[in-house]
Design a protein. Sequence first.
Length: 404
Amino acid sequence: MKDSLILKIFEAFSIERWNDLVRPFSVVEMDKHAEKMVVAYIIGKFEENRGEKVDWQWMIYTSLFDLLRKIQLCDIKSPVQTIIRNDYPEEYKKLNEWVLSRYKELIDDNLYEQFKKYIGTLNGDIPLTKEEERTARIFRAAHKYSTLRELEMIEKVNEGHRLFQIKRELNAGLQKYLDLRGLQLLITRQKPFDFLMRIEQLRFQTRWNQTPRVPETSVLGHCYFVAVLTLLLGRETGVKFCPGRIYNNYFSALFHDLPESVTRDIISPVKQATDGLPLIVKDIEDKIVSKELVPLMEDFYRDELLYFTSDEFSNRVLYDGKVHAVPYEELNSKFNFDEFAPVDGALVRVADHCSALLEATISIRHGITSAHLSDGRENLVNSYKKKGKINGIDVKSLFVQFED
């Protein structure tokens, strides 16, 4: 994967939102997309529980393309983009085509064609299928609700008259999606809202908290970045993943730090201070999650979330009612079928470490450094220099891109 694409996606950590209002915490584009996909997962699971079909693969890629588009158009406020779309439709199409052209040299041909189709649906040139439209409604509802949540979080420190019209328009925009059961429960602040509130705490937890760094990154934004990297790295393996494997990899990555919403981040050097501490920390995390998080999960997605988070960095499958760790070769040869719920946990780990490397490297390049950052960066690069392929990825080549 090209380092230029990874660095372009990383820019979303620096794109500020609501920058004409008072913000009591950092509100950036990467975090918004992370929360949007968490909300989409919750709403989507409620729809599946009602017997509706959700095209998760469509949603995952649409989220990526939506982020890539936002990165290019970050200087145009959303209300202005809406005016351009409604009043100047031809210019709106040209603007979207310009966005597409900016990624021509950054992504592979197949992904480019998928991106092109996404742009076509935005422009109204390519209609969505019924299944895609059903999924799109979930995605749009998640987009609007996650925006509303941001507004609710910052409204306490802003004068009411600044926000009244914005909030009114957001609530009006949500009306057409109120048939979605998950959204109903979120808006009326039932159990799914309590669960989301815990996850939102990851927006306020800063990575590398012991050292100054630019840009600061939250745990939640980091999780979304890891999910995107996992998706893109999976495409680099040369293996055609079954749809369930793409889904499991992505959401395992998105939720891989979920326990930190109740335990907070314990940095790696501390976790590894003694030989027995990693297992002790993991055991404590599992107990706290069981006590504080599990009761907030719905019955119909609880087991799946625990499957995603309990042994998040192992290659695993599910059959005979049990989780089985398996080698990568068997993931491909025996278990690359939805029925086995395959997960490339080792790939999630590579993406997690790649994100940490970027977080340190970008800050150092900006001139903000410390022993924590330089040592962490050096340790990551050196550790992967000694490794060959992991889940089909040449990790040495991936990491040395950011060595200098």
